[in-house]
Design a binder for this molecule. Structure first.
Ligand code: HEC
Ligand code: HEC
Ligand code: HEC
Ligand code: HEC
Ligand code: HEC
Length: 321
């Protein structure tokens, strides 16, 4: 079989385009290339925005090297020892992946090329620590709603003496890190400890609470498998499915409920979800097999067989031509 010249050229072009896209892939993965976003474009080129910041970063790195325990302020460095600038932290974050670009929090004009024009309207109010619940809550409404009823928020609003965490205290402004169960005790005890006297039992309880979430996840997938195999045996699983659904809803709401910072309430919710999954599993074990309606080969069956025969004949005719 010979290809015409035209087809050869087209195949050649496709091949070259494919090669280009493969070669470019790693570069775009390392630095999100957002069209028409001058903030990200220009800031990508600046590693440290000021001499002052550079010195600050140096000091923090020295602290880390000599093993001085990190304050909350330098937690970001502890988690990202190799990167030190706002752009670098942001570029590898979930926010960069979802196009939550600089101007979404800072304001300014993302279409302007010159710095002064782009910086018109930069807001220092939006990014002030105590205002981050509002700034972040524009997109994270359910977290903000729950957070508003927390003691953390009340303390933050009242201002005054002593520390209280805002969104960026725990998540950081640019890396938007999510603390895991194994990191949480260390982190919360920055404030919750015997010296400050702010409920020192919190860190351990918080770790346990997040571990129960992991347990809920495991139980949900176990219940799911049980339901699938019960279904395959022709059992009635409607009850089990609705229990699994309510466990899933609880899991879905975990991130927002967490921000109420009422660990007793949180743990009760998660345990309810775990109980739902256990109930679902028990139901699949006990449920009866519903006899499947035995079907005679109906119209569809006949159509399928005759279709296959027709295809066979067409095929043999084409070969013999
Ligand atoms: C042409 C380059 C350039 C562009 C475009 C640019 N910046 Fe900047 N930005 C800088 C430089 C350089 C600094 C360091 C401080 C300075 O020189 O003003 C800076 C500093 C900042 C700061 C620190 C606060 C301040 O005022 O010093 C923020 C926040 C900021 N930029 C956000 C943005 C946002 C948001 C955008 C897009 C709307 C943007 N930048 C566009 C170059 C740029
Ligand atoms: C999700 C919101 C958010 C996004 C997106 C974001 N920032 Fe920020 N940024 C903040 C907050 C909040 C602070 C204040 C941090 C603090 O007080 O510790 C901050 C602080 C800064 C600072 C120090 C400013 C100062 O006045 O001290 C710079 C510079 C900066 N951001 C640049 C950027 C650049 C460049 C981008 C995009 C690559 C970006 N930010 C994306 C929320 C954001
Ligand atoms: C313009 C909308 C927007 C703003 C403003 C915003 N976020 Fe986000 N954020 C998102 C989107 C979109 C995602 C990714 C999808 C999701 O998880 O909902 C996300 C994800 C996150 C995550 C999960 C990260 C992960 O790896 O799972 C955290 C934590 C977070 N944001 C915190 C913040 C904080 C803190 C602020 C304020 C400083 C903020 N966000 C401001 C839109 C926003
Ligand atoms: C005291 C620390 C703390 C504060 C303050 C805090 N968070 Fe969180 N946040 C966490 C932890 C820990 C998790 C993970 C919870 C989990 O695994 O269930 C989380 C989870 C999240 C998630 C979901 C991440 C995911 O994986 O889906 C988002 C979004 C988020 N927080 C946004 C916010 C916003 C917005 C604020 C401010 C209104 C805020 N957080 C305040 C500690 C905090
Ligand atoms: C910047 C300091 C700070 C950090 C960090 C912090 N907290 Fe708090 N927390 C407080 C303060 C202040 C209160 C209010 C105490 C009061 O009013 O008596 C509080 C109260 C609480 C309460 C309610 C107290 C109670 O007795 O029921 C819970 C729960 C809580 N924090 C959980 C956490 C968790 C979980 C973390 C870590 C993810 C954390 N906190 C990190 C300062 C902090």
């Amino acid at each position: 079989m010979r290809l015409k010249n035209g087809s050869r050229i087209i195949i050649g072009i496709v091949f070259v385009l494919l090669a280009i896209s493969i070669l470019q892939a790693p570069a775009t993965a390392a630095a999100p290339n957002l069209p028409n976003n001058s903030c990200a474009d220009c800031h990508r080129k600046l590693l440290f925005t000021s001499e002052e910041q550079r010195q600050f970063v140096d000091i923090r790195i020295k602290h880390l090297e000599s093993g001085i325990s990190c304050s909350i302020v330098c937690h970001e460095d502890k988690l990202n020892k190799s990167v030190a600038s706002t752009y670098a932290l942001w570029s590898i974050s979930t926010h960069a992946l979802f196009d939550v670009t600089c101007e979404k929090c800072h304001g300014g004009n993302k279409s302007a090329i010159l710095k002064n024009d782009a910086h018109q309207g930069l807001s220092s109010i939006n990014i002030a620590r105590a205002n981050t619940p509002e700034t972040c809550g524009k997109c994270h409404e359910s977290e903000l709603d729950e957070f508003k009823s927390s003691q953390h928020f009340k303390k933050l609003e009242a201002g005054g003496e002593g520390p209280s965490p805002a969104c960026i205290t725990c998540h950081q402004a640019h890396s938007v890190k999510v603390l895991t169960a194994s990191e949480i005790e260390d982190f919360c005890s920055n404030c919750h400890n015997r010296i400050t006297g702010i409920n020192p039992a919190v860190p351990k309880n918080a770790e346990n609470a997040l571990n129960s979430v992991n347990e809920l996840q495991v139980e949900i997938s176990k219940a799911r498998s049980a339901i699938i195999s019960a279904k395959a045996k022709g059992k009635d699983v409607t009850g089990a499915e609705s229990d699994l659904e309510s466990a899933r809803t609880i899991l879905k709401n975990v991130p927002s409920v967490w921000h109420r910072f009422n660990l007793t309430y949180f743990e009760t919710e998660v345990q309810k979800g775990i109980a739902d999954t256990k109930k679902a599993e028990k139901e699949t074990a006990e449920s009866q097999t519903t006899p499947l309606p035995t079907k005679a080969p109906g119209f569809e069956g006949i159509m399928l067989v005759s279709g296959l025969i027709a295809a066979y004949f067409l095929h043999t005719r084409r070969i013999s031509q």
